[in-house]
Design a protein around this ligand. Structure first.
Ligand code: GLC
Length: 488
């Protein structure tokens, strides 16, 4: 099975969030099932020098994008057994950050076209499947059928579109349909991409891809409803036969407390006393009182509305004002949340420590030293931190939505079973009461707490199971004759 995995970020070359973790881990897991999975991604300028210096240029060509004639270089690097192809164009990818530019849609369109054009030049590798991820790659299924549909090399290639986050869709001016894509005259494409007065890249992929997946079964159901559908629930219901959810895993080579070189003291899963030294070191590093029995809560997150930080904003005063807890916060994002955490760190320096940065080392230290991880997300396609936390004996407190619902079994008073704590409604006081329930159990003595840690630590979130499900999906697609597109 030959799979080309197209993605905008893959760790350790580029990562802005969970997407980069998936890009860095799933292809390797696919290879372990016997598939020849290779990754294709932009050559971002921020790639660490140690990789940049090992990259080899394999070929280059000139490419049309609308009226533009553009240089496209293809470079290659083998890492942990996986071949990575990098698309090089300095105008588009020699930037400080991965995203956040006025021409992001143009950069994405360039990447998609480059992926398809370079295929025919690759020696000894022809993909049967192109697996696309999020809106940046979502023109691949569209262009494959619109530009290359009848071409003998391309006609039997199938596409999978994985939605990691439906909120980001790639919406741009309608004018770009002709200007960027040269598809003004493609009547069906115009309809399928159309989004009011604009065009929507992801909507296009949802129509054109042979299969659509999301990163958890619950999210796959949720996005068919208007509340979670971000305006695309209609298209998703229309294509529900092709829509499924496959849970992400975590990379156990990176996230294992017994071999983690970034934490002060390693410990084995189940031997949770090993966390004590890490907690002490973390409290010390964060300048919090060195108190072993004070529950140490943490938030490790991108600071966006999605992550439920509005609920946190509502209850922080009440929580920090009256409860004996500590809170470690790590992340960056919307300035209003950054300001909020600075404010509370200033007001309660003995209780809240905020590190407003993207700091991998600190994240590992928090997982190792912390007691509870807060993830009150408004929606969560999968979520990775809760799975890492569980592996490190840190108990997650989550809103039961999407992947959080699929990975955390809420604690039951009646049976004492569970792998974390959960609440249902997007309501600040439900969060507060759930935190208090967890804190009460923690303070009640080690037995009940240990039981939750043990069950959480025993959960299997390796990539193996996910990889097997993807391969099954790919095989099903390859057996199928290409389906005509559903007519609108
Ligand atoms: C996005 C989602 C997150 C998911 C990640 C990887 O960042 O918000 O829930 O875990 O993608 O699939």
């Amino acid at each position: 099975m030959n799979v080309l995995y197209a993605i905008f970020e893959a760790s350790p070359f580029a990562k802005s969030g969970g997407l980069g973790d998936v890009g860095g881990a799933l292809p390797e897991a696919l290879r372990e099932t016997g598939a020849d999975a290779r990754v294709i991604m932009p050559k971002h300028d921020s790639m660490p020098e140690r990789y940049k210096s090992r990259i080899k240029r394999i070929f280059s060509f000139q490419m049309q994008l609308g009226w533009r004639t553009l240089y496209c270089g293809v470079e290659m690097l083998k890492y942990r057994g996986v071949v990575y192809y990098f698309i090089d164009n300095e105008q588009y990818f020699k930037r400080d950050s991965l995203y956040g530019y006025g021409d992001d849609a143009e950069r994405a369109a360039f990447f998609c076209k480059a992926v398809l054009e370079c295929l025919a030049h690759l020696e000894r590798f022809k993909p049967q499947i192109i697996h696309c991820n999020d809106w940046h790659t979502s023109l691949i299924p569209v262009m494959l059928k619109e530009y290359f549909g009848d071409h003998p090399y391309y006609s039997d290639i199938k596409t999978v579109m994985t939605v990691h986050n439906l909120k980001y869709q790639g919406i741009i001016s309608r004018h770009c349909l002709g200007d960027l894509l040269g598809m003004e005259g493609h009547v069906a494409a115009r309809e399928r991409l159309s989004w009011g007065d604009a065009i929507n890249f992801l909507k296009g992929a949802l129509h054109y891809a042979d299969a659509i997946t999301t990163v958890s079964p619950s999210y796959a159901e949720e996005i068919k409803t208007p509340y979670y559908g971000e305006g695309l629930d209609g298209v998703l219901r229309w294509r529900e036969e092709c829509l499924s959810g496959i849970l992400n895993g975590i990379d156990y080579e990176i996230y294992s407390p017994s071999s983690d070189s970034l934490i002060p003291e390693t410990y084995r899963s189940g031997e949770w006393e090993g966390k004590a030294a890490n907690k002490r070191a973390l409290q010390g590093e964060l300048l919090l009182p060195l108190s072993p029995r004070t529950p140490l809560l943490a938030i490790v997150s991108r600071f966006t509305e999605q992550k439920g930080l509005d609920l946190v904003a509502h209850i922080l005063e009440e929580l920090l004002g009256s409860d004996d807890v500590q809170l470690a916060v790590l992340g960056t994002g919307d300035w209003r949340y950054e300001e909020m955490f600075y404010y509370f760190a200033d007001r309660y320096p003995e209780k809240l420590a905020a590190r407003i940065s993207f700091d991998d080392r600190m994240a590992h230290r928090i997982y190792a030293g912390g007691d509870m991880l807060l993830m009150p997300s408004k929606f969560e396609p999968c979520g990775i931190s809760q799975m890492i936390a569980m592996r490190y004996g840190m108990v997650p407190i989550v809103r039961e939505t999407g992947g959080l619902r699929d990975t955390v079994t809420p604690y039951s008073d009646a049976t004492g079973a569970g792998t974390g704590f959960g609440f249902m409604n997007y309501n600040a006081h439900e969060l507060l009461f759930t935190i208090r329930k967890a804190v009460a159990l923690y303070l009640d003595g080690p037995d009940g707490w240990r039981r939750i840690q043990d069950s959480a630590g025993a959960a299997d979130f390796s990539w193996k199971a996910s990889a097997r499900q993807y391969v099954k999906l790919y095989e099903g697609l390859c057996r199928r004759k290409r389906q005509p597109l559903l007519t609108l």
